[in-house]
Design a protein around this ligand. Sequence first.
Ligand code: PEP
Ligand code: MG
Length: 743
Amino acid sequence: MLRRLREIMAEPARAQTRLDRLVRTIAANMVADVCSIYLRRAGDQLELFATHGLNSDAVHKTRLRWGEGLVGAIAVSSSPLNLRDAPSHPTFSYRSETGEDPFHSFLGVPILRSGRLLGVLVVQNETERLYTEEEVEALQTVAMVLAEVAASGELIDPAEFDDVDDVLHGPERFSAVGIVEGVGIGRAAFHEPPVQVINLIADDVAAEEERLQDAIEALRKSVDAMLAKMDRRLMGVPREVLETYRMFAHDRGWLNRLREAVLSGLTAEAAVQRVKGENRARMLQSDNAYLRDRLHDLDDLAHRLLRHLAGGGGAEPLNIPDDAILFARTLGPAELLEYDYRKLRGVVLGEGSAASHVAIVARALELPLIARSDDALDRTDANDPVIIDGAAGEVHVRPTADITQAYRAKLELQSERQAAFAAARDLPAVTRDGVEIDLQMNAGLLVDLPHLEETGASGIGLFRTELQFMVSTALPRLPQQVSLYRDVIAAAGDRPVVFRTVDLGSDKVLPYMQHEREDNPALGWRAIRLSLDRPGLMRLQLRALLQASAGRPLQVLFPMITIPEEIEAARHLLDREMERGRRLGQTPPTEVAVGAMIEVPAIAWRLDALLRQVDFISIGGNDLVQFFFAADRTSERIGKRYDLLSPAFLSFLSGIVAGAKAKEVPVSFCGEQASQPLEALGLLATGLRRLSAPATAIGPVKQMVRSLHLSELNAHIAPMLKADQASIREPLRNYAHASGVLI
Ligand code: PEP
Ligand code: MG
């Protein structure tokens, strides 16, 4: 039957003529008295498009609403309906024009494409009987083939769905978690794009079965290999996910359904697609979050299987449209950096959180980012128009013209706001009572550097050197490192730059570097711990920094110092490199300042010992908050549970700041939190006078500073900090509003 259907579909006739022939052929093959095709029209209607056996006058006249009658019920449930006696079914809706009185048995299946309903295919017989499972399967296979005709745009002008309430590709809005602010307007592109299946009907069933078998074997092997040794793309994926992959890859039910689909005459690819479509349709209906999560696994597995069938099995090339909104379940920072950022307009993730490194990279690239939006991932197709609103945490898929217009206006406003900040670039960051605040910028890539000029930041307070390591395919050699650091220094001109030595480990793993799996990577072999254990790596970097800073001051910052002895060891390596440079007659930096990042609470109890060893300290709020509250910074659920703006944390900070000031050691704060004017306000109340934040934050934070009366704030906040409460966010916000502080 499939072969015959393919012939009909290839005929040079009009689509309607082909549809008429299709229903006749299907009816003949299924020994059915009736075969009808209903297609979805705008406004949630299902229209009879072709029939064999019912009254032909009813074609294009009979329409059923969504949920109306048996056909409407199939549409709603997206699953087959097999009835011995249709007229006695409670949802049966009698339509006299169709002349369906004599028919009793009824089998209807949804016509689905990418989990979306395009129509309903029905067969009916006069006799009362239940259709067999094979018949249901066969009709589903036919429906899949029909989906291609239905979606071709020949039968129904796709424009029909353009401005009416578009049911095929209707506008949808998803609320998720906004991580990086900003508006992005573009088209959906998938990090792992689905393979397009073109050949649906098999020429040689046995050969297809063999192809399927081979691909399944290859898939199983790759899943097993992945589990044995996590591959780079899956580094961020929890182990259970991979275990589930394996379970599904060996799941008999799934494999049997695939094989049956092939035996029914589909190509192996079409079989994968069909079974995937069925799973999607079924699982999307489910309210059960666990089941819906499994849908991703099955989807991913199906994509992998398709790639194996295509002969690849490996990664897809990272080709994206010019205005891409990148969708991914999970995405590592290095993976984001593999894309041409000039083409990206935003990122939508199934997972992720504000402090994750992919968010830091997105912020550096000024890409709005939304996380925890699995629903949006499920209900978006490649190339769908998408608008994301990072501040509101909203994803608009296939938005209406109104929404698009509103967001375009918002974008314009945003650029006006940015223009206003740019105009304030040269104004000093001084409070109303004359206190100067040093606003510096975080950076890590060459693309960040022009922001120094644009924002008027006074320097680079944190240069994350590991980003270069993460975008490279191999460990950057000395000349490459020197060259980047020179570029950074050149861009900074007279402004200071603080180079942080590589902060690797945790979620910043290098594909080319051996790294053992850890149960708690954030608490594991990372940052200074890794660097001290790999002195070769560290010395090479220090050498590069010294060479690049020849004849000017160098500031080196060591990450995640837990005990002062770590700074001592790091200093020792630095001294050896300086000695080496002297021996070789190289021009040294005019001065070398050594700094420690305060990211682990323990160091606060040995602060004096640390302060004796360093020239400055910088508080890494992302990690410090994470370890202070024992709350994973990459988990959105936990990450926002405890507030930096709490008396507990702020007084802890005040202690560190006061300690540093007492010893006249400069102190700054370089966590992402300083990018929020309200948070920055709280930080100033702890005595901090130097903040380093992403470039986009300089304007808004400066605006806040210039509207602030600092001693008034201090008087106001003092009792709040003594209060026994979890957060002072609201009272602080109220204070800002009441006293005209622009937050
Ligand atoms: C921090 O922890 O606050 C910090 C600046 O370092 P990173 O975010 O790179 O871990
Ligand atoms: Mg850190």
